[in-house]
Design a binder for this molecule. Structure first.
Ligand code: SF4
Length: 418
């Protein structure tokens, strides 16, 4: 093989058997043996799946991404350079192989705290449970990297987890970890799509694995269940309409989405929850991803007044805190409105009157309109007179209009109860 690094005699440092410390000449390992040693190390490191793929460009993916961009379906969080996203050699010029890994995460909490009137709770999606997976997967990949460096001392590597240029899912699919479903998740036959993915580019050729043969077949459960129609076609997601993405934005949440969040503070996972490959899957063996119920299903009201420092202390180790506390607080206000929590009204009024952030004041106004009652109404009328920010003022106006509907409903309820 004339490309990249060789396993032959031209190498400055020959491939070594890790335990050949004696006086005899060191034994060269074949690519197959290097791969086998890495597979064994992955098992020792607690990696659930490992696969090997070539580092050739992802040509089909690039065509899809171009169309995706033209349609305005990007979230804006992704790597903007489509060549970098689809050509591994733009990240590591000598890349020959991509080693992909997957770690399974749990889907059920033991003893989840209950929602009670006045003590309502919000929810972080499962991909945010436990330690931030970026850190956990990087640690695992660094373990593999160390082993590879023992076997091939002059190997060059590049680790990526989610925030790297490449598409983790496309890499994992090529490496035989799973297939990409119509919901755009990477689905493994063993763990469903409840897996985190990461990869390491290396400049040596290792034997690639075969892609898995399973697929969605005729199923369309995720497309049918998506409340915003964000799955515009099988495997095609309009990220702008995806509620998981919307929970992470820092501006106002568009009104049509507010009633659809269902108590989520971060992320949204209906398209995974309904998938038959995920049915009854709950893998709890990864200690790092065990959820702390008070962290992943926190009380909503205390979130409204949490300080930056306390937020970092309580949630900073989670993937779901990466955008800071504002989106979480905005979503907490929306969740309180969903529960029509009257006990939250004083806190919401305080936010409407005092919070310096327009998004928080405006969302609080909307929530007060939803919850209703005399106090809420008076606060909204005050805000109508005093609010200077046009976006917040518009929310106040809408809330006052909604309020009249609510009061009518309330009157009807009272009359019905005699
Ligand atoms: Fe595929 Fe059905 Fe799962 Fe969607 S819900 S990803 S269509 S198997």
């Amino acid at each position: 093989d004339s490309h990249g690094k060789e396993f032959g005699p031209k190498k400055k440092l020959p491939l070594q058997d890790d335990n050949s410390k004696g006086l005899c000449p060191k034994k060269k390992l074949t690519p197959e043996q290097v791969k086998q040693a890495l597979v064994e190390e992955a098992g020792r490191l607690g990696i659930d799946k490992i696969g090997f793929a070539t580092a050739d460009p992802f040509t089909e993916l690039k065509e899809r991404l171009v169309r995706h961009r033209e349609n305005g379906f990007e979230s804006g969080f992704e790597e903007q350079d489509l060549d970098k996203r689809t050509d591994p050699r733009l990240s590591l010029p000598e890349a020959r192989t991509i080693i992909a890994i997957a770690l399974a995460y749990p889907t059920r909490m033991e003893n989840p705290p209950a929602n009670r009137p006045g003590e309502y709770r919000g929810l972080f999606c499962r991909a945010s449970w436990g330690q931030d997976y970026h850190r956990v997967l990087r640690r695992k990949l660094e373990g593999l990297e160390r082993r590879l460096q023992e076997l091939v001392p002059d190997v060059t590597t590049e680790i990526m987890v989610d925030t790297g240029a490449l598409s983790d899912r496309a890499v994992a699919e090529r490496a035989g970890i799973g297939f990409i479903g119509k919901n755009t998740s990477l689905i493994t036959p063993e763990f469903g799509s409840w897996v985190f993915l990461g990869e390491m580019l290396v400049d040596i050729a290792l034997p690639p694995d075969q892609p898995v043969t399973a697929g969605c077949g005729d199923c369309t459960a995720c497309i049918d269940a998506c409340p915003t129609g964000a799955l515009v076609a099988p495997g095609q997601l309009n990220s702008q309409a995806c509620l998981a993405y919307q929970t992470q934005t820092k501006g106002f949440l568009a009104e049509e989405y507010r009633d659809l969040l269902g108590g989520y503070l971060y992320g949204f996972e209906t398209c995974q929850a309904v998938c038959p490959f995920n049915r009854k899957k709950n893998f709890t063996h990864q200690e790092d991803f065990r959820p702390d119920p008070e962290q992943v299903k926190p009380l909503l009201k205390p979130l409204l007044s949490i300080s930056n420092r306390e937020f970092r202390e309580r949630f900073g180790s989670m993937a779901g805190s990466w955008r800071g506390k504002k989106p979480i607080q905005r979503n907490a206000i929306i969740a309180l409105a969903r529960f029509r929590d009257r006990t939250a009204v004083p806190d919401l009024i305080r936010l409407l009157q005092e919070d310096p952030r327009p998004v928080i004041r405006g969302t609080a106004a909307w929530a007060l309109g939803r919850i209703g009652g005399t106090e809420a109404e008076e606060a909204l009328c005050d805000a109508e007179r005093n609010e200077k920010d046009p976006d917040v003022w518009r929310e106040v106006e809408k809330a006052l209009k909604n309020r009249s509907t609510l009061d009518t409903e309330e009157r009807r309820d009272r009359e019905a109860q005699g």
